[in-house]
Design a binder for this molecule. Structure first.
Ligand code: NAI
Length: 482
């Protein structure tokens, strides 16, 4: 490979450390490594130009190098301003065979602590392929949908011939996106339409990004096929749940080192993420209270032994608050004003609109102070302070290192398989949103059992016939919920 200076990371001298952690992670990611071996010869992603927008962590480095091992070329940005692990980004930029003086890796544009301007610049760089005729990728791998959103917005403005209304932006991030679009629309007219025309599809990692895709599908604006990776069982029922069970308290501990045992913790939302979060807090000895709007999830929480209450009723007595809803305006400024001294407030949902940080900043007389990066106290005029983690953004990636390798191996095995599906079988996926077939979901699970020393029972033919499934699977109908 040619030497490239086409990247931006915090510090290339961290590459050796990053490489060591990537090597350790590879052993903990048996699914991804098995896929590398399976497709080493076939090179199904040869010709793919993948733009990735997903937390630039050690685990993501193993994903990126798997895509490259399958023949793809890759450009990458993180999908959150605080989630990059700088040593992982450096190692990916340098590449397995390069050195900091001679980087030969993947163009990665990501560092921990980007401004919003830098974040969207990085996303734009990942989407810009200088040597491609269309100027862009032919595949997107997204987490939360920001790369997909930028392309769709660009095409929308080009179609309408409208000029983005920067002055009318809803918030700072919206303004940054509108400014970026204004610039690109003026600099290279038709850029986004041309770029979109070559994109075969997107594979989307998370609940929030998947919501956006189904909305575009319903609205008739979706431009290319999408695979909803989140709703593979081996993704959402593992990463969202067991991943958060690990990384939520990792984030709280690294940020505050407060003893969780004996405290009262409120988990807002009891979906997959909320279930993992509640369990981890209970595991530390906290008394956990759940808030929900969905009666089914509320009943699940109650039967799992949690108190189910409204935030209003418990806001003054709880010690730790975590939002997991993927919804907006869950913890408002008025809630935070009522909290106890040194209550801890954090969010693990995808976007930073679950906690009303804008409203908090506007409270009269409030003072924000940085304890350390991604940990701030907000002191009210009466002297009471609350502790806010990662400025209301994903605390497990902002204050800790996200989910551990083994669970991400499941998610990223689904991502890799989804990329292969969309890239190699475009005829089978007309524009729309799909989930991977169940036999592939079961395959991902199988790839991880051996590493845990688990021995699967083999279904006998007469038993298979009795329950009406093939001996080799799939073992459940699509409506089964696990
Ligand atoms: P989900 O849809 O399974 O769960 C969300 C739950 O919140 C639902 O049960 C819903 O009824 C509830 N909810 C909605 N509005 C509410 C309100 N006002 N008050 C209380 N509860 C409310 O979604 P999932 O998969 O649990 O994901 C949640 C969020 O976490 C999404 O934004 C997703 O993208 C993100 N995510 C973050 C991860 C991380 O590592 N930080 C990992 C996986 C997902």
């Amino acid at each position: 490979a040619a030497t490239t200076r086409d990247f931006k990371v915090a510090d290339l001298s961290l590459a050796a450390f990053g490489r060591k952690e990537i090597t350790l992670a590879e052993h903990e990611m048996p699914g991804l490594m098995a896929i590398r071996r399976e497709y080493a010869e076939a090179q199904p992603l040869a010709g793919a130009r993948i733009t990735g927008s997903l937390h630039m962590t050690v685990q993501t480095a193993v994903l990126i190098e798997t895509l490259v091992a399958l023949g793809a070329r890759v450009r990458w940005a993180s999908c959150n301003i605080f989630s990059t692990q700088d040593h992982a980004a450096a190692a990916v930029a340098v590449g397995p065979d390069g050195t900091p003086d001679d980087p030969r890796g993947v163009p990665v544009f990501a560092w921990k602590g980007e401004t919003l301007q830098e974040y969207w610049w990085c996303t734009e760089q990942a989407l810009t392929w200088p040597d491609a005729a269309s100027g862009g990728p032919n595949m997107i791998l997204d987490d939360g949908g920001d790369a997909t959103l930028l392309v769709h917005k660009g095409v929308e403005y080009e179609k309408d011939g409208a000029v983005p209304d920067v002055a009318g932006a809803e918030n700072e991030e919206h303004r940054v996106v509108l400014e970026l679009l204004t610039r690109t629309l003026a600099e290279s007219p038709g850029k986004w339409t041309q770029l979109a025309s070559e994109i075969r599809g997107v594979t989307e990692e998370t609940t929030t990004g998947v919501h956006r895709l189904y909305e575009m599908q319903r609205g008739g604006t979706l431009l290319f096929p999408a695979i909803n990776v989140n709703d593979s069982v081996t993704k959402s029922k593992f990463d969202n749940k067991y991943g958060c069970r690990h990384s939520l308290i990792d984030g709280i501990n690294r940020a505050t080192d407060v003893l969780i045992g004996g405290k009262v913790a409120v988990v807002c939302g009891y979906g997959d993420v909320g279930k993992g979060c509640a369990e981890s807090l209970r595991g530390q000895g906290a008394r956990v209270i759940v808030t929900e709007i969905d009666p089914i999830c509320a009943l699940q929480a109650a039967m799992d032994g949690y108190q189910v209450a409204t935030l209003e009723d418990v806001v003054e007595t709880a010690d730790i608050f975590v939002t997991t809803t993927g919804n907006k305006d869950i913890i408002l400024a008025e809630h935070m004003a009522r909290m106890k001294h040194q209550a801890i407030v954090g969010n693990i949902g995808h976007f930073d609109n679950e906690i009303d940080m804008t409203g908090l900043a506007k409270l009269p007389g409030i003072v924000k102070d940085e304890v350390k990066p991604q940990v701030h106290t907000w002191t009210f005029p009466d002297g009471k302070a609350i502790i806010v983690l990662s400025e209301g953004r994903l605390l497990n990636l902002g204050n800790a290192t996200g989910h551990p390798s083994f669970v991400m191996s499941n998610s990223f095995a689904n991502q890799t398989i989804a990329q292969i599906e969309l890239f190699t079988k475009p005829d089978q996926y007309p524009t729309g949103v799909y989930v991977l077939p169940k036999h592939l979901d079961e395959k991902v699970a199988r790839l991880h059992l051996e590493a845990l020393g688990a021995k699967l029972t083999e279904l006998r033919p007469d038993q298979a016939e009795y329950i009406g499934v093939p001996v080799e699977g799939p073992y459940k109908p699509d409506h089964y919920r696990y």
